[in-house]
Design a protein around this ligand. Structure first.
Ligand code: HSE
Length: 428
């Protein structure tokens, strides 16, 4: 049997699909017990269609989604357009027409996944999206299948290649945030509007999806607190190194006694933690679980062939299920009511960087403030002042989000203190 595919979009990832289908055809046919054919490709307009044809692409390019939706020979629709609209409308139309859908669209799945998954279930069709989290790393199927026997307690991830490339340059080569961003844009990693990458939004989308697969809880995007890397200073990077840490943007989803907590934030990782050696544009997902203990899944989080590999794996899985006549099973079957953690139960060490007046008694004032919130110091570092102000760094033992909020308010209320930054510290 030959299964016909309709592609939505023909950008970097989509154009890697024909290569993989051809290169691995023997293995793919063995796994799917079917062949695949790209029957139609939806592009934006005639200008794009003519450009692609002129460049030698020999496909049936179309510009109207209905040419795919109404084509009863097409069984699988692959959406690789990204962002919310028109992808949401097109996927909805495809599902309503009874087509199986593969997508890599984490923005859409994290914000409208519930309704799209419900529609797919109602129609008895498949909606798979392995490529939506960490591109080439097969983490969703691993959580859904290989870890079904295990209880996941925490997932930590370096989930955004652009910001990790920038942090690697800032840590290893002392670059400023601005210089790292400029190079990331020149190399095509960061978009011209890099907000989603550097402000932790892209990683927060991925944290929403990981919470479904790891913990069976569908949380809303707004339930993921996210802080980006734009406020990290060369001083923060240098002090982290001096204290034995590497700063990275880390997604952190964990289950506490009261519920689930999901955060994306710059995080001080102990140098010996496996995630601290994940450099450049690479991604990694570090899973803590009762059975396996600790495991890490490492690989490229973006790029043509890595991401297309995950997309084609979804296509093959659907193809096999079509052959076996058991298609329609949900991608993730672990579902529990979502319960958010009480902030008092979400605990971590924290790093505080402050400027204080360069005169006696300041450490005492700080000790009183932290002690008043029942917070214990782990490390304290004071740099030589300039006669006016002195820079102090405090790393605490574990404190809760409630304590963090209280102590931050108290520090900000001291008019002669400047709280420059506070970041999570793993392992304290
Ligand atoms: N822009 C993302 C990153 C890739 O830099 O990791 C796709 O999510």
């Amino acid at each position: 049997m030959t299964i016909k595919i309709g592609l939505l979009g023909f950008g970097t990832v989509a154009s890697g699909i024909p290569f993989l289908l051809k290169e691995n055809s023997e293995k793919i046919t063995a796994a799917a017990k079917s062949d695949f054919e790209i029957a139609k490709i939806l592009v934006k307009d005639d200008e794009e269609k003519n450009r692609l044809l002129a460049a030698g692409n020999d496909y049936n390019f179309i510009t109207n989604i209905d040419d795919i939706v109404n084509d009863t020979d097409i069984q699988i629709v692959v959406e690789l357009m990204g962002r919310i609209e028109p992808a949401k409308t097109f996927i909805t139309k495809a599902l309503e027409a009874g087509k199986h859908v593969v997508s890599a669209n984490k923005d859409l799945i994290a914000t409208h996944g519930k309704e799209i998954i419900a529609l797919a279930q109602e129609k008895g069709v498949a909606f798979y999206y392995e490529a939506a989290v960490a591109g080439g790393i097969p983490i969703l199927r691993t959580l859904a299948n290989s870890l079904t026997s295990d209880k996941v307690t925490r997932i930590l991830g370096v989930l955004n290649g652009t910001s990790n490339f920038m942090m690697t340059k800032m840590v290893d080569e002392g670059w400023t945030y601005e210089a790292a961003l400029k190079t990331a844009q020149e190399l095509g990693y960061a978009e011209s509007d890099p907000t989603n990458d550097v402000e932790g939004i892209d990683a927060a989308y991925k944290a929403v999806i990981l919470s479904q697969f790891g913990f069976g809880m569908t949380i809303d995007f707004d339930d993921v607190s996210h802080q980006g890397i734009s406020t990290i200073t060369p001083d923060d990077v240098a002090v982290a190194q001096e204290l034995g840490y590497v700063i990275k943007l880390v997604g952190d989803v964990r289950e506490t006694e009261s519920g689930i907590s999901a955060q994306v934030s710059p995080t001080f990782l102990p140098k010996e933690h496996p995630l601290s050696s994940v450099n450049g544009v690479m991604n990694a997902v570090f899973v803590e679980s009762i059975g396996i203990g600790e495991s890490m899944y490492y690989g490229p989080g973006a790029g043509q062939k890595p991401t297309a590999t995950s997309v084609v794996a979804d296509i093959v899985r659907i193809g096999r299920r079509l052959t076996d006549a058991n298609v329609g099973k949900a991608f993730n079957e672990y579902n529990r009511p979502a319960k958010l953690a009480d902030p008092a139960d979400v605990k971590s060490g924290y790093y505080f960087s402050l400027n204080v007046p360069d005169k006696k008694g300041q450490i005492l004032r700080l000790a009183q403030i932290f002690n008043g919130e029942d917070i214990s110091f782990s490390q304290v570092l004071q740099q030589r002042g300039d006669g006016q102000k002195a820079h102090i760094v405090i790393v605490t033992h574990a404190l809760s989000l409630t304590q963090l909020s209280n102590v931050t308010a108290k520090l900000n209320a001291e008019s002669d203190f400047t709280l420059i930054n506070s970041f999570k510290v793993l392992g304290d």
